[in-house]
Design a protein around this ligand. Structure first.
Ligand code: TRP
Length: 453
């Protein structure tokens, strides 16, 4: 068994936890979780999402880390090794190819939204030095979306930030960046939570987030909840698998998996508890906020509160940082594969990936302006990309990963990687959940998605 990866290794258990948490915690928690919760009516959605984290997310997270650590290569080649080892078909490499394609799609729109946050951080920074305060948030957001050049610029800047970390590799690039940025992120988030608690609407916000109204449940809501669980934990496209390839051998996979999944969930809930009191205190409806939710509601609060400009700057900086450490993990699987498959250097490989993803991102940029009339299957261009990548490709990738991990991967490997590290009952629970429950749940949701049931 390979004990190290040619791409480098995390220097410690903590470094992996920071990197994987950095990947998981991002726009998915702070931008997407509040707005999809808002659009889906609150409590019931949150509980279904939490169920998906536990029954679908966590088992797949463990499986991805095991596959990565045993293969020690990019997902595509790790899957080839492990299929060979199990005497199974090399077609399982397809999970890796699917993941690379999904990664490009997600990175393309992710970087555009991350560009919005960079732009907002910059607006508040200018404001700190006497620029114009955002007084009409709808107009500010609308005018940003109307300018393709502006969007493409910030999207490009995000891509440059991301590629400059990935180009330096695991130890010097990824690890150094996350060990500074993640603790900073947690501090900033707690500051914002403190503010939310002081608005006087904290309990009302908590009620919206946690009191289920089961009449809101629908098939579409469950699809979104599962898609969100995959997206927020960075699962289904081999990103965590790639990070697992750099995990030192002795580290306890079940434990780090729980740490990462729990941290990600807590951050999403804290973000919700920080944001909804503000939304409610300004007399806005917590339901039906849409993708603009944080960009149009929070600036109202920042314009009124003492030191609001500073808060605004901190908040959007926080979000950009969170997006950055996630963007890194979206770029890493394809970069690692190109390094293995060609004789390009890591730098050149990362630049190629970034260039292609930037160009693909222009489709999302144009979807708000020049192509605003275009519909693909009834959806706006960016929504269509998000739908295909998040709601279809991630669950399909996750389904195949679970089947591979539960049924194909040699049980010698899963025993060594998981069973020795946890009580037998927990290992058996993982095995049967991964074999039956997780695939069944995903299949039901996918069947619903395609209108089969
Ligand atoms: N999880 C990140 C977020 O919540 C986004 C992300 C990073 C991601 N890597 C991923 C999503 C891999 C799916 C797959 O913002």
């Amino acid at each position: 068994m390979q004990t190290t990866s040619i791409h480098g290794m995390w220097s410690s258990r903590l470094a992996f936890i920071l990197a994987a948490t950095g990947s998981a915690v991002g726009l998915g928690n702070i931008w997407r979780f509040p707005y999809v919760t808002s659009d889906n009516g609150g409590g019931a959605f949150v509980l279904i999402y939490l169920g998906c984290i536990l029954l679908v997310g966590l088992p797949i997270m463990w499986t991805e880390i095991v596959i990565g650590r045993r293969g020690r290569m990019s997902p595509i080649n790790s899957l080839r090794e492990l299929s060979d080892d199990a005497g199974a078909s090399r077609k399982w490499m397809g999970i890796g190819f699917l993941g690379v394609i999904a990664g490009f799609l997600i990175l393309s729109f992710y970087s555009v939204v991350a560009g919005w946050t960079l732009h907002y951080g910059f607006l508040y920074l200018k404001d700190l030095f006497g620029g114009a305060t955002i007084t009409d948030p709808d107009a500010t957001f609308g005018s940003l979306l109307a300018q393709p050049g502006e969007l493409a610029f910030w999207h490009g800047l995000f891509m440059v930030m991301t590629v400059s970390v990935v180009a330096f590799g695991v130890e010097k690039g990824l690890e150094r960046a996350v060990s500074i940025l993640m603790p900073l992120l947690f501090v900033l988030l707690l500051v914002l939570l403190g503010y939310g608690m002081n608005t006087g609407y904290f309990l009302e916000a908590a009620g919206f987030l946690f009191k289920p109204d089961w009449s809101q449940v629908s098939g579409a809501m469950i699809v979104t909840a599962m898609g969100q669980a995959f997206f927020t934990l960075s699962l289904g496209m081999c990103a965590i698998m790639t990070y697992g390839a750099y995990l030192p051998s002795g580290v306890n996979i079940p434990r780090v998996g729980v740490t990462v999944a729990a941290t990600d969930t807590v951050v999403a809930l804290v973000a919700g508890l920080a944001i909804f009191p503000i939304v409610i205190s300004f007399g806005l409806d917590p339901a039906g906020g849409g993708p603009g939710l944080i960009f149009t509601s929070l600036p109202l609060a920042f314009a009124e509160m003492p030191f609001g400009i500073l808060y605004g700057f901190l908040f959007f900086t926080l979000l950009s940082v969170a997006a950055w450490t996630s963007g890194i993990s979206l770029m890493e699987p394809a970069t690692a594969y190109i390094v293995e498959a060609t004789n390009l250097s890591r730098k050149a490989a990362a630049i190629c990936v970034a260039a292609v993803a930037w160009m693909m991102g222009l489709a999302s940029v144009f979807s708000f302006n020049v192509w605003s009339e275009v519909r693909i299957g009834g959806l706006e261009v960016m929504d269509a990309i998000v739908y295909v990548a998040n709601d279809v490709m991630l669950p399909v990738g996750g389904l195949l990963t679970a089947v591979f991990g539960g049924w194909v991967l040699s049980s010698r490997i899963t025993h060594e990687e998981l069973d020795k590290k946890m009580p037998d009952w927990a290992y058996n629970a993982w095995l049967w959940v991964t074999r039956i429950v997780t695939p069944a749940l995903i299949l039901v949701v996918l069947a619903g998605l395609f209108g089969i049931i």
